[in-house]
Ligand binder design. Structure first.
Ligand code: SF4
Length: 356
């Protein structure tokens, strides 16, 4: 539901100011449609039905993993793919991973989304509708912006989304925005009054290696990104999560762990090592290598956790389901048009779509 369209439609209809809040609160508590909003006059519910789509997204496919992870692929009104994931943990956390863009312009080499064509920034309504989709089935209590796209490149819409999340049960302190190091966004988030958490996708402490894995590093080198994260910490007094995806033989050796420890102040950063789903151009590091990497970090005084892998049986990393469906659609189309779909196909695992 697009809250801006809802507000303008109700204002045009001469409705009192509280009405938009009343309708939104129903949606945020998981109502399945306007029909459930029993304290809204029936004629108005009918009018809203015709003028404000209850969701801006069409569900294309949903995949359910044995561990409770659910992944949804949506399509926008103009045909863009959008993915979101619900992760359910044994300790009661229900975390939703949201996309902020359809596709992504930043081409990180390990990421399925980075291999797709960039579509466009999503509106706050389209981002909220991903969360509302899961909210209709489950209570949710955490949100991470780690799905498709670089959230800092669409920060106004991401922040507009964050303002609405508490009404769905997700406090700002349980909301994290992840970035590959888009410095203007980190600085803007540091000035934002909402106490939202920051996660940095770091993946290599050596500048040359990082540029090879993540071309954004040529524009915003790691040293400058870390300086921005330190400004964020100084302003917000909140630790920054460092996400580090473990790529076999690429960034997973003891030397890489020592380089990482050398650039991180343990008072400011908390490291999260991410097992990588072995597809495409990289393999994932074996568990023993990840454990050794963590041990080296700890010897150097930097604490690290190893992320639980969720939804492995349903292509749960961002971009994977869209790539798969695009591949299927291309192969159906290719029967009629042999040249169709050559840009699609299986893509490597993405920035891990799991919660800190
Ligand atoms: S890791 Fe994030 S920023 Fe990089 S290509 Fe994937 S979605 Fe874009």
């Amino acid at each position: 539901m697009d809250p801006a369209l809802l507000e303008s439609t109700l204002a045009d209809a001469g409705q009192p100011a509280f009405r938009a809040r009343q309708v939104w609160e129903w949606a945020a508590r998981g109502a399945a449609g306007y029909g459930e909003m029993t304290n809204v006059p029936a004629a108005l519910r009918e009018e809203l039905d015709g003028r404000v789509p209850f969701s801006s997204l069409e569900l294309v496919r949903e995949a359910f993993a044995t561990d409770g992870t659910v992944k949804a692929l949506f399509r926008t009104h103009d045909g863009r793919s959008v993915e979101a994931v619900l992760m359910q943990y044994r300790d009661g956390r229900r975390s939703v991973c949201l996309s902020s863009q359809s596709g992504c312009p930043l081409t990180c080499t390990f990421c399925a989304t980075g291999t797709m064509k960039f579509g466009r920034n999503l509106t706050a309504g389209e981002i909220l509708d991903q969360a509302l989709h899961f909210r209709r089935e489950h209570e949710i209590n955490h949100v991470v912006f780690m799905g498709m796209g670089e959230p800092m490149m669409n920060l106004p819409q991401v922040l507009e989304t964050c303002r609405r999340l508490p009404s769905m049960g997700v406090t700002h302190r349980r909301t994290a925005v992840s970035t590959v190091g888009w410095i203007p966004g980190i600085d803007a988030l540091a000035e934002e009054p909402m106490p939202i958490r920051l996660a940095l996708s770091l993946h290599a402490a050596d500048e040359a290696l990082r540029s090879q894995i993540m071309p954004i590093n040529d524009r915003y080198p790691l040293a400058e990104v870390l300086a921005a994260c330190e400004r964020f910490y100084a302003a917000k007094k909140r630790q920054v999560f460092v996400e580090y995806v473990m790529l076999a033989g690429v960034n997973d050796q003891a030397v890489h762990a020592r380089e990482l420890a050398a650039v991180l102040d343990p008072r400011i950063y908390k490291v999260n090592l991410i097992p990588y789903n072995p597809t495409g151009m990289y393999d994932g590091s074996p568990r023993a290598v990840i454990e050794r990497f963590r041990a080296v970090l700890e010897e150097q005084g930097v604490g690290a956790t190893i992320r639980l892998t969720m939804g492995r049986d349903i292509d749960a990393a961002c971009g994977q389901l869209a790539a798969k469906v695009a591949g299927e659609e291309a192969s159906v189309g290719a029967e009629a048009d042999p040249g169709a779909g050559e840009e699609s196909g299986p893509a490597p695992d993405a920035e891990a779509a799991a919660a800190p």
